[in-house]
Design a protein around this ligand. Structure first.
Ligand SMILES: [Cu+2]
Length: 256
C-alpha cells in the first residue's frame, strides 16, 4: 500500500516535470543564458569549463530551488550563489574575471519566462570594490530593486532599473520567488558598468530622469500620461466650447 502511494507520487512528480519551465535574465544575460546553445558566448572559456563539468546548458532557465519561501540566505550558501547550490550548475560559480559580460548602457532589463509563473523579483548588485575572481557571497550584494508582481509582456518581464553608482565589472543577482509554485529561481549576470550609465548626469537639454521615483516596471506599453494629458485638454476644450456656446445663446436671447 505504502509502496503504491510512493510510486504514484513519484509518477506524479515525473509527469509534472516537463510541463514546468521557468525563466532567467536574457538582457543583460545571465551566466546560464550566456552558456546556452546558440549563444556565441557559449564557446567562451568559462562556459566551456562549466559545460565540461556537467552544466545542463539547454536548461538555462532552471536554476531553481523548491520551498525556499524567502529564506534565500539560509538555503543558498556563500560561494554558490550562481548555482543556487545545485551541483549540476556548479560551473556557474567559477570565480573568474573573464565571464562574458554585458556592457550596460540603458536601464531596461529583460527576464524571459519560458513558461510564466507569478511571483516577485529581487535584484542585487555587487558592492563597489567587488572582485569577480573571488567567490560571490551574500555580503557582497546590495539590493536595488524589489518588484512584487510585474505583468508578463510577450513572454518576458521588463524592468526599468536604477542601479546604485558603480563602475567596472559587477555581478547582478536576480531572485524570482514564485507565488503560484513553491519554487525560487536564482541568476548571476555579469555586467560592465560605465560611470555615465549609473550616475545621474543627463546630457544638456535633456529632461532629467534623476527625479524619477525608484524603479518601476515598464511594460504596460506607452505610459498613461500622454492619454491623460489628451483627456485633460479635451475636457478643457469642451468646457471652453460650452461656455462660448452658452454665452452666444444668452446674447441671442437678449437681442431677440
Ligand atoms: Cu517553471
Amino acid at each position: 500500500m505504502f509502496r503504491l502511494v510512493g510510486v504514484s507520487a513519484l509518477l506524479m512528480m515525473l509527469s509534472a516535470v516537463p510541463a514546468h519551465a521557468h525563466g532567467a535574465p536574457t538582457d543583460p544575460a545571465s551566466r546560464a543564458f550566456v552558456c546556452s546553445p546558440g549563444q556565441q558566448t557559449a564557446s567562451s572559456s568559462p562556459c566551456r569549463t562549466a559545460i565540461a563539468a556537467g552544466l545542463p546548458s539547454t536548461e538555462w532557465d532552471n536554476v531553481r530551488l523548491p520551498n525556499v519561501a524567502g529564506r534565500d540566505r539560509a538555503r543558498v550558501p556563500d560561494g554558490k550563489l550562481c548555482s543556487a547550490g545545485l551541483p549540476r550548475y556548479a560551473g556557474l560559480d567559477q570565480p573568474r574575471a573573464d565571464w562574458p559580460a554585458t556592457r550596460l548602457r540603458g536601464t531596461a532589463f529583460t527576464y524571459r519566462a519560458t513558461i510564466p509563473h507569478q511571483g516577485s523579483f529581487r535584484f542585487y548588485v555587487t558592492r563597489e570594490g567587488f572582485s569577480p575572481d573571488r567567490p560571490l557571497r551574500w555580503a557582497d550584494l546590495e539590493q536595488f530593486l524589489s518588484m512584487p508582481s510585474p505583468p508578463l509582456v510577450g513572454g518576458a518581464y521588463e524592468f526599468e532599473v536604477r542601479l546604485p553608482k558603480r563602475t567596472g565589472r559587477h555581478v547582478i543577482y536576480t531572485v524570482w520567488q514564485n507565488t503560484d509554485t513553491p519554487d525560487t529561481y536564482y541568476s548571476c549576470t555579469d555586467v560592465e558598468l560605465v560611470a555615465a550609465a549609473t550616475a545621474a548626469s543627463p546630457p544638456t537639454g535633456a529632461t532629467t530622469s534623476a527625479a524619477k521615483p525608484v524603479p518601476v516596471a515598464s511594460s504596460a506599453g506607452p505610459p498613461p500620461s500622454a492619454a491623460t494629458r489628451f483627456g485633460l485638454s479635451a475636457a478643457v476644450g469642451a468646457i471652453g466650447g460650452l461656455t462660448v456656446l452658452g454665452a452666444f445663446l444668452l446674447w441671442r436671447r437678449r437681442i431677440l
